[in-house]
Design a protein around this ligand. Structure first.
Ligand code: SAM
Length: 188
């Protein structure tokens, strides 16, 4: 106790910072583990700003159109599309940490809606543009869902992983990731 009280202030600051970081990391791990049955491996990793900018430029949207992000993370793609095009934006997110961050960052944005639900249980027929950054293991199942539900003309943008049985309109390779990972753009 005596040793603790006599520790210099910088040691206290270091311990508080390290402790907070540890708690945050553990929260990330726990939230990721809890969401695994729904995500089937898609971790909460955000798309970089450069890649979002490339998406926004390549896929112009009209005011009022509906953009859906399947696993929206902190909702950054939705907010950027709303800022640029005044779209309605809905994101589904099952990871509690990502969901809370997305809710917090979207406070006051009437047309950006974050739902804590698995997108597998949602019908996507109303979407004009679908964005996703998921995991290879689920792409075949996603392809079946998109084919069954999307209306003709809907644009689908997939980060990093292609959608089986869909023929891309364009493949972008924007900078901003280690390997300039692709962004696949499809039209149903
Ligand atoms: C790689 S992150 C992408 C986040 C965001 N779309 C972006 O580009 O910044 C994938 C996210 O999808 C979420 N996710 C995966 N499967 C999901 C499901 N079935 N329903 C809702 N969210 C899901 C994960 O929790 C994770 O946060």
């Amino acid at each position: 106790m005596f040793i603790l009280l006599n520790m210099p202030i910088w040691v206290w600051i270091f311990l508080i910072l390290a402790g907070s970081l540890f708690v945050l990391k553990m929260t990330y791990v726990l939230c990721t583990a809890a969401a695994l049955p729904a995500t089937q491996g898609a971790l909460y990793v955000s798309t970089t700003r450069t890649r979002i900018a490339a998406f926004i430029e390549a896929v112009p949207m009209k005011k009022g159109q509906l953009l859906v992000d399947l696993g929206c993370g902190d909702g950054r793609v939705l907010r950027q599309a709303w800022k640029n095009y005044s779209v309605r934006a809905i994101g589904f997110e099952v990871n509690l940490l990502a969901y809370l961050k997305a809710q917090l960052l979207s406070i006051g944005l009437k047309h950006v809606e974050i739902r804590r639900k698995s997108f597998w249980s949602q019908n996507l027929a109303g979407a004009d543009v679908v964005f996703c950054y998921l995991y290879p293991d689920v792409m075949r199942k996603l392809s079946t869902k998109l084919k069954a539900e999307l209306k003709p003309g809907t644009l689908v943008v997939s980060c990093n992983f292609s959608v089986p049985e869909f023929k891309p309109l364009r493949v972008l390779r924007p900078d901003g990731s280690l390997h300039s990972d692709p962004l696949y753009i499809y039209r149903t």
